[in-house]
Design a protein around this ligand. Structure first.
Ligand SMILES: [Mg+2]
Length: 376
């Protein structure tokens, strides 16, 4: 049987992009720039597809490992691979290289992008078709300067934004409480407030802290304690009215099975860089749906290509119903390789109508949108 076009060319870029605001995230701070890996695949019919690996060293892996993983270990498998046999390629990559979910999802993005341009279909259609055309956008309150964040919130609420996720546990608890109070005072119930501790609390005394912040009626409290403390997570989930969301505790389906078995969370953060693929993310959400856990579209420091993939995934995955935090290209990155950013309106990401990932990258935008550190 003719398997159709195959992959004929693979280019890998390690790039660095400047960012325009400091981000204090508890486990790791980001200031000045972020490093990512971009992947360009060309099929034998000339169709080009793009992917991105955006690891964060304190969370998943390193951009340098993703770059070398793609260039040295995945290149021999990807070259010559039939575009229409994606699942087979994903399985081969899993056998050839352990871990490296960010490198593998970059390949999957580029393959689906090619298939989309070849067929005229958006990646969301290739993933089963859209269940939503817009996705509520959450902005993270993580500026070391809280007054700057509050000013930003005023401007954003006026533009229609509702979802804000506060990075708690970075500053002293009393400061967190004062900031939450200031936000509720300023905006009342016009904002949907979520809290993310990024593993900052120790199980010892965490319940006291969480009961305090619970009074600000957050929609969820994300990852209060380090990822291994599932029993503590289960305790919070049982004791608090506010749902507990697992991020660092839930990378993939194996983690999720354990969370469900121990009732350690009420919702999960789905990140392509943790789970290693859009197909795998949909499989993860099938388990979560069955257990009654909704998903949230989380991020690390992705640029426009990976966030386009996330947008396509959420558009086609009913269970990821808690919105997304795809604000980097609009609010944080000063440059990106997209010719045009994915539109956002009234506090929502608008799923693009174009084929593939719904974005365009040119040699010009690639050259001028990011600083190139290495190319293979
Ligand atoms: Mg998180």
């Amino acid at each position: 049987m003719n398997a159709g076009p195959t992959i004929e060319r693979m280019r890998v870029f390690l790039v660095e992009s400047p960012i325009k605001m400091a981000r204090a995230q508890g486990v790791g701070s980001v200031k000045g720039s972020v490093r990512r890996v971009l992947l360009q695949l060309t099929a034998s019919d000339g169709t080009v597809g793009w992917g991105e690996a955006a690891p964060w060293e304190v969370f998943t892996g390193t951009p340098e490992a993703a770059f070398l993983g793609l260039d040295l270990y995945l290149r021999p498998i990807v070259m010559g691979a039939p575009v229409r046999r994606l699942r087979s390629l994903m399985a081969k990559m899993d056998r050839a290289l352990t871990g490296h979910p960010e490198a593998k999802v970059a390949v999957e993005m580029a393959m689906l992008d090619i298939l989309g341009w070849q067929t005229g279909l958006g990646v969301s259609e290739l993933l089963g078709g859209r269940v939503r055309d817009t996705i509520p956008l959450s902005f993270s309150i993580a500026d070391p300067d809280f007054d700057a964040d509050l000013a930003r919130m005023h401007a954003m609420v006026a533009e229609g934004h509702r979802l804000f996720k506060v990075k708690t546990g970075v500053k002293p608890h009393a400061e967190d409480m004062a900031h939450l109070e200031a936000m509720r005072d300023a905006f009342g119930d016009r904002i949907d407030l979520r809290l993310d501790y990024n593993q900052a609390l120790e199980p010892f005394r965490a319940m006291t802290v969480l009961r305090d912040v619970d009074r600000f009626r957050p929609t969820f409290i994300e990852q209060p304690v380090p990822r291994r403390h599932l029993d503590a997570m289960a305790g919070f989930s049982a004791a608090l009215d506010t749902p507990v969301l697992a991020d660092e505790s839930c990378f993939d389906a194996t983690d999720l099975m354990e969370i469900i078995r121990r009732q350690a969370a009420d919702a999960i953060s789905v990140k392509l860089m943790k789970v290693g693929g859009m197909l795998k993310a949909q499989a993860l959400m099938a388990i979560a749906d069955t257990a009654g856990l909704p998903g949230y579209g989380g991020t690390l420091w992705e640029g426009g290509i990976a966030l386009a993939a996330g947008t396509q995934l959420i558009a086609a995955t009913p269970g990821i119903s808690l919105g997304c935090e795809f604000y980097m290209p609009h609010h944080v990155l000063t440059e990106d390789v997209l010719e045009e950013r994915i539109p956002q309106a009234n506090g929502e990401v608008v799923v693009p109508d174009m084929p593939g990932l719904g974005i365009r990258i040119s040699d010009y935008s690639l050259k001028h949108g990011a600083k190139h550190l290495a190319e293979a």
